[in-house]
Design a protein around this ligand. Sequence first.
Ligand SMILES: [Zn+2]
Length: 224
Amino acid sequence: MTHLDAPTPDVGGTDLVGALLDAAHHLAGLGLSPGASGNVSIRIGDEVLVSATGTRMADLARDGLSRIDLEGRLIEGARPTKEAPLHLGFYRRSPELRCVIHLHSPSAVALSCLPPHSELSAVPPITPYFVMRVGQTPLLPYAAPGSAELGRHVERLPFPFRAALLQNHGSVCAGETVAAARDSMIELEAAAEIILKLPVGGFRPLSDEQAREVAEAHGSYWGA
Ligand SMILES: [Zn+2]
């Protein structure tokens, strides 16, 4: 059993909650969570600590986390963000994932309003770094924020991925560590910003073969 007001060590002795709060503050400091948008979570065993409703990424603290189970039932703390189902979708489909971050970062939101690059990825493989740190990033069809449908979309997509754009809404990145999810989010926002600077239809991404080669070498996903 974890306690929200105490450091939460994992098997390696890392304070996972401390790392999560640091990541939230860092991403907010980069301007990636406008207003009170954005939420973060970590999985510990069969429980998830997720931002409570009404919290802000910039000053998220230990008492701003809710402890819930994988069905979204509250165990301890304040009511969880209404976007918790999105986080739980990742944890339910991929038990190795430990952290999920959801933002309304401006360039990713802009890209989420455009047609997707392909069925597998809203974002084309513009650089090897995007492919290795983020990988294919499907566009989830629009569903109202906080609806269980968003979580179901994540859970049921029949190909591997660790990041997604939510149509006309934002971005979500997951990782086996807090650092991986945080860095993936930063790289995804950078990729979206670059794409928006390129002429529509007039740029050259990596080929699917090049992207697959990078993904295989770095443990990310590209291709079905
Ligand atoms: Zn949102």
